[in-house]
Design a protein around this ligand. Structure first.
Ligand code: ATP
Ligand code: MEV
Ligand code: MG
Length: 333
């Protein structure tokens, strides 16, 4: 038996990093996906083929409760840890241990702030649990995806796996989410081409928080209030033009606060200013930062902003919100 599942990338519109400290955040799934195919094997081995990660397939085998890695590359085990933990948790949930092949292909740039880790975890849990005969709800998959991120990163708010599993446009706070009214968002994502590790960036913010709480706590509180304001705007009766103008202003404030936390880079800020100069109403980092992506809100100016991002040395992507989260694409007997 074989199962093919997919899960989307996300952008955080407001509230990354502060969400790790229990503040709310707003995020949306976007139409870039990770595809995971899982099939049963006749032996007890687990084989992971990660086509988008620049390490060859890694073979993991286990007998009883011991797991053995076989790889020529020391880094392979670490880089596949999200997939490995996702397989482990799905098997634990199903209460069975089987040999399986897992094959991953992804449209999501890795370490770019677009939630590639959450999408790969969610799609893997979706495919493996279905393969083992479990019918998990999307909420259950989101919770397991959060566990995967906690195990691998040490800290995670759970927003990325929740958005990837559920899809659409969400307000998230401390493990709970609510759907926001669907809006077509005229956004442009700008990729710096370099990657940041969420685990390391979250740890860096934590060190600052612990060494200078009197400065960092007010920044995190301001981010939380800003997200509340953004929700008020999104759910208000204002017309679209007024909503976009207010959201743009809040995005710019959020970017400044993220810069103060230390997660921006020269390239990210260059892309942010290039987008604003080309007519975006707002532009900010999205995701963990340290490289990765920014996004701009640019009603009627998406093409101009995309060109400005290219001239500034970034790669623009014009994306849409994906209403659908985790999807079981195919079950082959
Ligand atoms: N296609 C994939 N195949 C296997 N592993 C992947 C894949 N995509 C992502 N990963 C795992 O996720 C890690 C990157 O996750 P990380 O959280 O640092 O960045 P991100 O999820 O892309 O960005 P952010 O968390 O800021 O949204 C990779 O190093 C790898 O371990
Ligand atoms: C940086 C962060 O806030 C968002 C990463 O997309 C981490 C998290 O919420 O787990
Ligand atoms: Mg991630």
């Amino acid at each position: 038996m074989r199962v093919l599942a997919s899960a989307p990338a996300k952008i955080i519109l407001f509230g990354e990093h502060s969400v790790v400290y229990g503040k709310p955040a707003i995020a949306a799934a976007i139409n870039l996906r990770t595809y995971v195919e899982a099939e049963l094997r006749d032996d007890k081995k687990i084989r992971i083929e990660a086509h988008d990660i620049k390490v060859p397939g890694l073979t993991v085998s286990f007998s009883e409760n011991e797991i053995y890695f076989e790889s020529d590359y020391g880094k392979a085990a670490e880089v596949l840890s999200y997939v490995r933990q996702a397989i482990e948790l799905a098997m634990e949930e199903a209460g069975v241990r089987r040999g399986i092949n897992v094959s991953i292909t992804s449209q999501i740039p890795v370490g770019a702030g677009l939630g590639s880790s959450a999408a790969v975890a969610v799609a893997t849990i979706g495919a493996v649990s279905k393969l083992l005969g479990l019918e998990l709800t999307r909420e259950e998959v989101a919770k397991l995806g959060h566990k995967v991120e906690l195990l691998v990163q040490g800290a995670s708010s759970g927003i990325d796996p929740t958005v990837s599993a559920i899809g659409g446009f969400l307000y998230y706070e401390k493990g709970n989410f609510e759907h926001l009214p669907f809006m077509e968002l005229p956004i442009v994502v700008g990729y710096t081409g370099s990657s940041g590790s969420t685990k390391e960036l979250v740890a860096m913010v934590r060190r600052r928080y612990e060494s200078m709480p009197e400065l960092i706590v007010p920044i995190l509180n301001a981010m939380g209030k800003l997200v509340e304001k953004a929700r008020e705007v999104i759910t208000s009766e204002l017309d679209e033009e007024e909503k976009f103008a207010k959201l743009g202003e809040l995005m710019n404030i959020n970017h400044g606060l993220l810069d103060a936390l230390g997660v921006s880079t020269k390239k990210l800020s260059e892309l942010v200013y290039a987008a604003r100069t080309a007519g975006a109403l707002g532009a900010k980092i999205t995701g963990a930062g340290g490289g990765g992506c920014m996004y701009a809100l640019a009603p009627g100016r998406q093409r101009e902003v995309a060109t400005a991002i290219t001239i500034a040395g970034g790669t623009p992507m014009i994306t849409e919100i994906s209403r659908e989260g985790l999807r079981i694409e195919e079950v082959m007997k």
